[in-house]
Design a protein around this ligand. Structure first.
Ligand code: NCD
Length: 319
């Protein structure tokens, strides 16, 4: 696959979601990220393209992978990185999200990397600031960089995304990872299935171009990719599953259920994984089929590509 040249490379002002991106725009980001995988495997990992720029990580929800991965990505491209700890910020003195964002914006950062518990909050924030904004998860709405890193993992392993059967299992209703992945995978021509109890599958999700299954083995039949999701208990108001044990019995991935998928099916999970709740240890740690840690590796490369894409636009615009 040819790398797009600098003139045709996708350079959006913000990255707020996958919805609305074209296959070419997605491919442009994946191609750029692919190049960074090789850089990240070298002993000397420093690039130059964000030298002199400032990236602020603003996380209103906890994160291990995403925040570390963005910090590493920005540093590998030569940027200065500030990690705002919301727990010790003025949010706790009553400052609103927008006032916090505008205060940070006044210090002239180049990129704000934001995670927030409310759907739509990151887009709202992006309308109030002059710097680029990357959405790292807004409520149960979108998590675009997760879908891109999942796509890069799949594309590198399977050579393509088009035509693959991808089964996404578990808490679809509360998952921004599911939503961003459905947008991306359907746009790229995959056949996407969702599996879970009726309480965890949003009504009319078929309109997003997916097939719905409530029986895990039926949903996994001949799947190329099995994507497991955590129960997003922090977003559940009420009882959605009878018990964690029963949930595992019907919807947890174990060797028996996995046998329905293709023998070379890849097992994916955005993390954090809850062993024995949505995935069995023997499956999560299966070195032949589980690509869970590879997803984490691809995350750094994808975030480098996203940071470069949103700052390339600034370069063209600045006097
Ligand atoms: C996901 C998230 O925060 O939405 N995690 C991640 O970014 N790797 C999924 C989750 O928390 O279950």
């Amino acid at each position: 696959m040819n790398a797009p040249d600098a003139n045709t490379r996708f350079a959006p002002r913000h990255i707020l979601g996958i919805e609305g991106l074209s296959p070419d725009q997605i491919t442009s980001l994946l191609d750029a990220a692919d190049g960074f995988v090789a850089l990240n495997r070298r002993r000397e990992k420093k690039g130059e393209s964000l030298r002199g720029l400032t990236v602020i990580n603003l996380f209103f929800e906890t994160s291990t992978r995403t925040q570390t991965s963005f910090e590493m990505a920005a540093k590998r491209l030569g940027a200065d990185v500030i990690n705002m700890s919301v727990a010790t910020s003025s949010i706790y003195k009553g400052e609103s999200l927008i006032d916090t964002a505008m205060t940070l914006n006044a210090m002239r950062p180049d990129v704000l990397v934001v995670r927030h518990p409310h759907s739509g909050a990151v887009e709202l924030l992006s309308q109030k600031v002059t710097c680029a904004v990357i959405n790292c998860g807004d409520g149960s709405h979108e998590h675009p960089t997760q879908a891109l890193l999942d796509a890069l993992t799949i594309r590198r392993r399977k050579g393509t995304i088009a035509g693959l059967v991808v089964t996404i299992c578990g808490d679809i209703a509360h998952s921004r990872v599911a939503r961003s992945n459905i947008h991306l995978l359907t746009a790229m021509g995959a056949r996407v299935r969702v599996v879970g109890p009726p309480t965890l599958i949003p009504a009319m999700i078929e309109r997003m171009g997916v097939e719905v299954f409530h029986d895990m083995v039926a949903g996994l039949a001949d799947a190329d990719i099995v994507m497991m999701l955590r129960l997003q208990l922090e977003r559940m108001h009420g009882t959605f599953v009878p018990s964690l044990r029963e949930n595992f019995h019907f919807y947890g991935l174990d060797e028996d259920k996995l046998a329905a998928a293709k023998p070379d099916a890849l097992i994916m999970h955005p993390g954090p994984i809850n062993r024995g709740v949505e995935i069995d240890t023997s499956v999560a740690d299966d070195i032949d089929r589980s690509v869970i840690t590879e997803q984490v590796e691809m995350g750094v490369a994808v975030r480098m590509a996203c940071l470069e894409a949103v700052t390339a636009h600034q370069e063209a615009a600045s006097p």
